[in-house]
Structure formats: C-alpha cells, structure tokens
Design a protein around this ligand. Structure first.
Ligand SMILES: [Zn+2]
Length: 127
C-alpha cells in the first residue's frame, strides 16, 4: 500500500501562511479553478481547452514555486517514514490498494480491491 491513512490538511497549512502569501496563493488557486472550469466545459473548443489544461499545469507549478520560496510546503511530511504518501484531505476516501475512490470509510480498500466487485482498472479496459 502506498497511500497513508494520514492526510495533508490544506486548511492547517493555509493557516500557517502570512496574509501576503495567502493573497498570492489564493489568487493563483482562483485562476486554477477558472482554468479547470474552461478545460471541463470547452471540450469542443480545442484551442481554449488546450490552453486551459496547460494553464492548470503552469499555475499548479506556480503555487509549488511560491510555497517552496516561502518554505511553507514541507514535502518531506508528504512521504511517511513507512513509504506511504499523505494525499490531500479533500480527495475524500481513497482505496489504499488502487488509489481509486473507496466508498467505505470502515475499510481501507474499494469494493474491487476487497474482492466485492470489479476492479476500476478492469472497468476502464472494457471501454
Ligand atoms: Zn481499490
């Protein structure tokens, strides 16, 4: 298993930033949301879709650079000593085997990985 039980909680990390850093990073996050919206909605407009997807990647990099410059994203804390990764809390319950959605909070794996249903990977191959 490569996914930690512990999560990265953005709300706590955000609270550690000073107001100027929150303003810069918040503005970039709003632009990512706008770009993501265009990427999702303008799927038939190849130029807009492509530009929006690329903007999401660039802006994500910009946030990482901002946080690195501030030394506010301790990436060492994202990898646990046991080799598992702390994923964002907002990702919801995740299967610790395949990384897909795990609808059962009482179990660390999805139905497929628990042997209850078909694997999401198998479902993707059927398309
Ligand atoms: Zn799974």
């Amino acid at each position: 298993m490569s996914i930690s039980d512990r999560r990265f909680v953005g709300e706590f990390a955000w609270a550690l930033l000073d107001r100027e850093a929150q303003d810069r990073i918040g503005a970039i996050a709003m632009e990512i949301a706008a770009a993501r919206y265009v990427a999702d909605v303008a799927v038939c407009d190849m130029a807009a879709h492509r530009a929006a997807v690329e903007a999401c990647e660039k802006l994500g990099d910009d946030i990482l650079l901002e946080l690195a410059a501030l030394d506010e994203l301790d990436t060492n804390r994202l990898l646990e000593p046991n080799g598992t990764w702390r994923l964002p809390a907002g990702a919801g319950p995740l299967c610790r085997e395949c990384g897909g959605e795990a609808p059962h909070r009482s179990r660390p794996t999805c139905d497929a990985c628990a042997g209850v249903g078909r694997s999401p990977l198998m479902l993707g191959e059927a398309r």
